[in-house]
Design a protein around this ligand. Sequence first.
Ligand code: PRP
Ligand code: URA
Length: 209
Amino acid sequence: MLNVTLINHPLIQHKLSIVRDKNTNTKEFRELVSEIAMLMGYEVTRDMPLKEVEIETPMGIAKTKVISGKKLAIVPVLRAGLGMMDAMLKLIPSAKVGHIGLYRDPDTLNPVEYYCKLPYDADERDFVILDPMLATGGSASAAIDYIKQKGVKSIKLMCMIACNEGIQRINEDHPDVQIYCAAIDEKLDSHGYIIPGLGDAGDRLFGTK
Ligand code: PRP
Ligand code: URA
């Protein structure tokens, strides 16, 4: 069975439709990617463990719950993953942030690393990787490799648009990693772009094309 969770909440589907539209400008694109990330983050964090605590309210003692267990780290894959980072930090302000810089070689489509900085206590944290696009899966697989090299045991991959090729690649390379996405698109074109997708996520997010 494939380790993929499709988060198809109506608000996410609606916002994703606007993000896909070629007429959506950079400002709107950036805002919507962030909003989608926050809505997805709600589901991605659904299994966070809780512990019972007693809180003194103005009226008495409430037996209630707070998040417990391992702390979280988030890792945006540069560049486009940066568009999802602020939303996740709003949900989990105490999360630490690692950065992995990768770009796809346009000829081979293989990921080329140019930066990797992860929290010093990575092995004590659960990780969520952020990248809006899962195309061939090469970039996400490499990002997971770097994080595993630090001794990390629990990694989730959060993307907006995936396709079967990328999902299968991650399932083969990293069967322990759960993928969360908001859409699974039809196919890749000959340049490794997701069809219909949304185009080049980094360029649309930062206005570089
Ligand atoms: C995009 C995207 C992913 C990668 C997905 O980044 O943000 O990281 O492509 O493709 P893959 O699954 O085939 O590896 P890109 O290489 O365009 O870099 P950029 O965000 O810096 O523009
Ligand atoms: N990277 C993108 O930004 N878009 C795609 O469709 C594929 C890879």
